[in-house]
Structure formats: structure tokens, C-alpha cells
Design a protein around this ligand. Structure first.
Ligand code: ASP
Length: 434
């Protein structure tokens, strides 16, 4: 009994990151062995451990968004809210748009596609059904008609919108001259602050379970795809990962250079959230780690408490790159042609919006890919060849998701560091100030 307790204590005390990495490697190796032995799926009771992990991450998403965004938005002083908020949103949108463009360029260079021409008749059927391309309703839908319905249906964009409005108003009321209102606002702030702290604690608990969940999930991917991961899908992975790398070097490297931030010390701190995001595939799950990195970089809490939770939910550069590459893959595989300029423009717009609406949990980007395809008039309808090609992407989504989440989180930290430096929201000894 005593021994068991000690082993458990040792497990808890062992560095979470290493534990998750070990889980990842063990899961991948077992998956490859299973695939080579012809075992393509895991028994349901083992699979359940992976499902538990994804469900736990999904469980935290809404309370985490509400708590962290309300606290973040109300932590910014009314005098700075406009300046910080507008800058953060603009830089997030611009970097995401760059992401889609890089993704589309990569796709045009690598031209990833599977030869699915044999089922052309079905393809024609899918192409015939045009979906709506009404970007305007996508935008107006951001405003909820019922906050409770948005919370219950987990409509992420609407929840973000309301949490921000609520938090911003709270920041004004906190400094109201009317004592009664100021006191009530402070109490409300404390309640949301407590909610956020509780959620952070839940996340830390989930991270202790993550090695097991990650091992099972990755094992399933490798067992299912084994040798099949080769060929067309390898090209998708290569195009995405080269896109991710280019984005880090060109966009983030460029931003850091423009804002005169030393790359070495920055990436020394950014490394931990990067790896955590890579293995957990969740921007929201990585949030406590990203916040610690921002703190270590000497960024003022007023900026990062607002920009990081917002970034974890709306800034998804990796997801944007992935959308560009995969949309190309789907069209090329199913219709034997690349994308037209018009389609590329539409994808850039839709994928930027989709990356905003993507929740920071594993696999969310893949769901948004379906929305982008719908937007360009190629809905992924059941039984069509598009659905088949989409299923292929889903098969390797875990791999793609690792890279894109790592990029998403690095983007949040990079943009936050740049804004903080620009607006001089840095501590005296901040490494960014040097
Ligand atoms: N997993 C990603 C994230 O948490 C979202 C996505 O699936 O693209 O940032």
C-alpha cells in the first residue's frame, strides 16, 4: 500500500511535460507495432482512456473562456482598454490571414492530393450542391440573441463576444465613483477571478491525466494509419509542417524583429508552452503554461491576462495554415484541379473567420474545415467523394493538430510580447526590454 502511494506521489511530482512526451512516444511506438501486426483499432475499453482526455478538455472550454475573458477584459484599465484591445485583435487577425496565405502557397507548391478520380461521378454530385457563402451572416451571428442558448450550445464566438462585452463593462464599473456600484463590480470580478483560478486548477489536474490520454490517442492514430500515412497524406503533413515552420520564421521572426525583441530569450520561454501545446493539442489546456511564460518574460499582467485567453480562443495561425492546405487537398483529390483565385480569396476570408471561431481544444480545426468547404460551395455531404477525402484528413488530424496547436500558442505569446513591448507594458527587469 505504502509502495503504491509512493509511486503515485513520484508520478505526480515528475515533470508534466516529460510525462506527456513519454506518453506520446510510447503511444506512437505501440501504435506502429499494432499496425504492423495488422491490428488497426484498439479495444473499446482502452479507447475510452483517450476519449476521457478529449472530453475533459472539452468540459473546461466554456467555463474557461467565460472566466478568463471576463477577468482578462476587466483587468485592463478603462484608459488602456481601447488601445490594447484594438491592437491585439488587429495583430491576431493579420497573422491568421498570413497563415492561410502561407497554407495556400504551400498547397500550390506541394499539390497534395490523393488519386480519387475513379469516383468522379460522385464528385460531380458533391460539386453540384453549392453551399451558402454568406460571410455577412457569419459575422452577424457572432452576436448572440440569447446568452444562455449560446452557452448551452457552446457557440464559441458568441460566448467570446458576450464575455468580452461583460468584462469590458465590468472594468469601467470597478472604478465607478458610485461606491455601491464599484463594490458590487469588485465582488463580481472576484467571483470570475475565482472561477478562472478553479478552472486553472482543473486544467492542472487534467494535465496529470494527459500522459495516459495522449498515449492512447496517438496509439490509435498510428494503429489506424500505419503504412497508409504514407503517400498523399504524407504530402499534406509535409506541406502543413513546412508552412508552420515558415510562419514561425517569417511572420513571428519578422514581428519580433520589427518590435526589437531578442529571439533567443523569447524562444527560451516560449519553448515550454510550445511543447505543451504540441503534446496536448489544446490552446486552452496550455493557457496556464502560456501565462507563466508571459510572466517570466516580464510582460505586464494587464496585457497578458487579456490577450492570452483571447488568443487561445480566437488566434489560430496554425489552424489557418491547415485550412489552406487541406482545402486544396480536398478540391484537388475530388475534382482533379487546384483552386481558382476566387476560391483562394474566399478560403482566406473564411479560414481567418473559422480560426477565430475554433475552440482551443483537440480536433476543433477539423470541424471548422468542414465549414470552410461549405463556404466555398463544396459541402461535405455524406456518401460523396468529398466526405471520403475528408475522412482521410481526419485520420491524420492528430498529427496535424499537434503542429498547428503549437503554432497557435506561439502566435498568442509572440503577439502579446510585441504589443506589450510597443505599449511599454513590461516589468523593469523584463528580458523583452533589453
Ligand atoms: N487544437 C487546436 C488548438 O487548441 C485547435 C484546432 O483544432 O485547430 O489550438
Amino acid at each position: 500500500m505504502e509502495k503504491k502511494r509512493n509511486a503515485f506521489k513520484a508520478y505526480l511530482e515528475f515533470n508534466v511535460l516529460y510525462k506527456i512526451l513519454i506518453g506520446l512516444i510510447v503511444g506512437a511506438i505501440v501504435g506502429v507495432i499494432l499496425a504492423s501486426a495488422g491490428v488497426t483499432s484498439l479495444p473499446a475499453w482502452i479507447s475510452m482512456f483517450g476519449t476521457i482526455f478529449t472530453r475533459l478538455l472539452k468540459m473546461i472550454i466554456i467555463p474557461m473562456i467565460v472566466g478568463s475573458l471576463v477577468v482578462g477584459a476587466s483587468s485592463v484599465s478603462p484608459a488602456n482598454v481601447g488601445k490594447i484591445g484594438v491592437r491585439v485583435v488587429i495583430i491576431y487577425l493579420l497573422t491568421s490571414a498570413c497563415g492561410v496565405i502561407i497554407g495556400l502557397v504551400m498547397a500550390n507548391i506541394f499539390r497534395p492530393h490523393a488519386a480519387l478520380a475513379a469516383v468522379e461521378a460522385l464528385a460531380a454530385g458533391a460539386a453540384g450542391k453549392t453551399g451558402s457563402t454568406d460571410v455577412w451572416s457569419v459575422i452577424s451571428n457572432i452576436i448572440p440573441t440569447s446568452v444562455l442558448t449560446s452557452l448551452v450550445n457552446e457557440t464559441v464566438l458568441q460566448v467570446i463576444f458576450f464575455a468580452l462585452v461583460f468584462g469590458l463593462c465590468l472594468s469601467f464599473l470597478k472604478v465607478s465613483k458610485n461606491e455601491r456600484i464599484a463594490a458590487a463590480a469588485s465582488t463580481t470580478y472576484q467571483i470570475f477571478d475565482c472561477l478562472t483560478e478553479v478552472m486553472m486548477m482543473v486544467v492542472r489536474g487534467i494535465m496529470q491525466y494527459a500522459p495516459i490520454g495522449v498515449a492512447v490517442l496517438i496509439c490509435e492514430v498510428f494503429a489506424k494509419n500505419g503504412a497508409k500515412v504514407a503517400g498523399a497524406l504524407v504530402m499534406v503533413v509535409v506541406a502543413c509542417f513546412i508552412g508552420y515552420a515558415i510562419h514561425i520564421v517569417v511572420v513571428y521572426g519578422g514581428l519580433l524583429k520589427i518590435y526589437r525583441i531578442k529571439i533567443g530569450p523569447f524562444f527560451k520561454e516560449a519553448r515550454t508552452p510550445f511543447i505543451t501545446a504540441f503534446v496536448t493539442r489544446s490552446s486552452n489546456g496550455t493557457l496556464p503554461t502560456t501565462m507563466t511564460a508571459a510572466e517570466n518574460l516580464g510582460i505586464d499582467k494587464e496585457v497578458y491576462a487579456f490577450s492570452l485567453p483571447l488568443g487561445a480562443t480566437i488566434n489560430m495561425d496554425g489552424t489557418a495554415i491547415y485550412q489552406g492546405v487541406c482545402a486544396f487537398f480536398l478540391v484537388m483529390s475530388c475534382f482533379g484541379r487546384g483552386l481558382t483565385i476566387g476560391e483562394m480569396g474566399m478560403i482566406t476570408l473564411l479560414a481567418t473567420l473559422a480560426s477565430i471561431g475554433t475552440a482551443g481544444v483537440p480536433g476543433a480545426g477539423a470541424i471548422m474545415l468542414a465549414m470552410v468547404m461549405q463556404g466555398i460551395g463544396m459541402p461535405i455531404a455524406e456518401g460523396t467523394i468529398l466526405a471520403g477525402a475528408y475522412a482521410m484528413i481526419l485520420g491524420i488530424d492528430a498529427l496535424l493538430d499537434m503542429g498547428r496547436t503549437a503554432l497557435n500558442v506561439t502566435g498568442d505569446l509572440t503577439c502579446t510580447a510585441c504589443i506589450a513591448k510597443r505599449m511599454k507594458f513590461l516589468t523593469k527587469d523584463s528580458v523583452l526590454a533589453k
